[in-house]
Design a protein around this ligand. Structure first.
Ligand SMILES: C[S@@+](CC[C@H](N)C(=O)[O-])C[C@H]1O[C@@H](n2cnc3c(N)ncnc32)[C@H](O)[C@@H]1O
Length: 409
């Protein structure tokens, strides 16, 4: 079968209607599935399905060319994928059905300039579709709609039959996404006979704490010791009662302040989701002090540096309240990453869930670099703070809470 992809720049320079619609709707972050159908000719390809896949070489558009008795695959980058779909629609298929994260879109085209687009936006309350980048579609999300999980049913996220309660769909997606990040850092967690030790700071109603317990024990068959800590006694009492009702041994909740909390022995993973302002910094300080293998933190509001940010070149940004607020978030998270990198961690800042759900959507994923043979090294006295110093000067931060606390660890 001859694939229609043109690798060279063989035309289509003029942006036609069809091309403009494809540019708008076919995007890496939003395409769930595309189906080209309605044959124009007697071609052996009856339909073509386009999905996103994440492979070693990065995110690709995977084309499945369905013939009578076989399916041929080809992975393309976005520019070539757009060219290929455009060509397929001009020569072989009348219709393209797209399922995207937020809408169903139908494109009908007879020629480059005769293109009709029908858009049906999804109901916001349904929480949108998740773009699945797994190469093998059998491997889906960690939690699946239709498969009831004890804690999700108990906490009212799922019905006993496993259906996700409409108003809790965002929570379901958030937990799923979080577990994917937990899955990603499994490789850095120690493999030993003792239970894995995890602390969830500012656990609140503890959806994630229960989710981690279920993930590690039921799904991975590991023994864990998990603590959820929160300032609120009533919330902690509710969580302990829930853990008991679910029979989750090895999971307990305590009332306390992150700053004062201490653990005897190793802590492998520290988690914080939406811990306000410097509570996230405290969690970072604890992770560093405990030499935790990993920290997963989704910061919340950031106040400390808000009024301090100063940089003349950035004045056009900083003099607008809303931009200053966003800049504060960016500077604070970048600074946290620098501090953790200075003190022995690799840090990535990733999108947790898309912006349509919450603006507090960045996740700091920190994994401790191997320190074989130098476990006892005095990091703080040997740490090279030059990058942090320069960053502090650039933004006029002065002495920060995080740095002061790190120096007292
Ligand atoms: C926005 S809620 C998030 C709850 C939960 N992690 C979630 O995302 O669903 C923040 C929680 O952190 C707790 N918290 C804030 N500062 C804290 C501190 N210094 N020590 C312990 N808990 C704290 C609050 O009581 C609150 O329950």
């Amino acid at each position: 079968m001859k694939l229609l992809h043109r690798s060279g720049k063989t035309g289509w320079h003029k942006v036609n209607k069809l091309r403009a619609a494809l540019e708008e709707w076919i995007r890496e972050e939003a395409l769930v599935k595309g189906t080209l159908s309605g044959k124009k000719t007697s071609s052996e390809v009856v339909k073509v399905i386009v999905k996103l896949v994440k492979i070693k070489a990065g995110i690709k558009f995977q084309f499945e060319y369905h013939e009578k008795n076989k399916v041929v695959h080809k992975n393309l980058d976005r520019p070539e994928a757009l060219e290929e779909i455009e060509l397929l629609m001009q020569t072989r298929f009348k219709q393209l059905d797209l399922k995207t994260a937020r809408a169903d879109v139908k494109l009908f085209s007879n020629s480059a300039d005769n293109c009709r687009v029908l858009v049906k936006k999804l109901d916001d309350r349904e929480g949108g579709r998740v773009v699945d980048l797994s190469h093998n579609r059998q491997k889906n999300y960690i939690l699946e709609e239709g498969i009831p999980v004890g804690y999700l049913v108990h906490l009212g996220v799922q019905t006993p039959e496993g259906k996700v309660v409409k108003s809790r769909y965002d929570k379901f997606r958030q937990i799923n996404r979080f577990l994917e990040y937990v899955e990603d850092i499994l490789k850095v967690l120690p493999k030993s006979d003792r239970p894995l030790r995890i602390v969830d700071f500012g656990c609140g109603k503890a959806y994630l704490t229960f989710a981690m317990y279920d993930f590690f024990t039921r799904r991975l068959g590991l023994e864990v010791s998990i603590i959820g800590l929160d300032l609120k006694a009533d919330v902690v009492a509710f969580c302990n009662k829930t853990a008991q009702a679910l029979g989750y041994e090895g999971l307990r909740f305590e009332v306390g302040d992150i700053r004062d909390h201490d653990e005897q022995g190793a802590v492998d993973l520290v988690v914080t989701l939406h811990a306000c302002d410097t509570a996230t910094d405290e969690a970072i300080v604890k992770s560093i002090g405990w030499k935790a293998a990993a920290l997963l933190s989704v910061p919340c509001c950031q106040h400390e540096l808000h009024d301090r940010l100063h940089n003349e070149s950035l004045d056009p940004i900083l003099r607008h309240g809303i931009l200053r607020e966003r800049m504060t978030g960016i500077v604070t998270d970048a600074y946290r990453a620098i501090v953790m990198e200075t003190l022995g961690y690799d840090v990535q800042i990733l999108e947790f869930i898309d912006m349509t759900h919450t603006p507090k959507n960045l996740l700091l994923r920190a994994t401790r670099r191997g320190h074989e043979g130098d476990e006892d090294r005095e990091w703080l006295s040997m740490a090279d703070w030059r990058e942090a110093d320069a960053f502090e000067r650039t933004f006029g931060l002065g002495k920060t809470y995080l740095r002061t606390r790190c120096e007292s660890v």
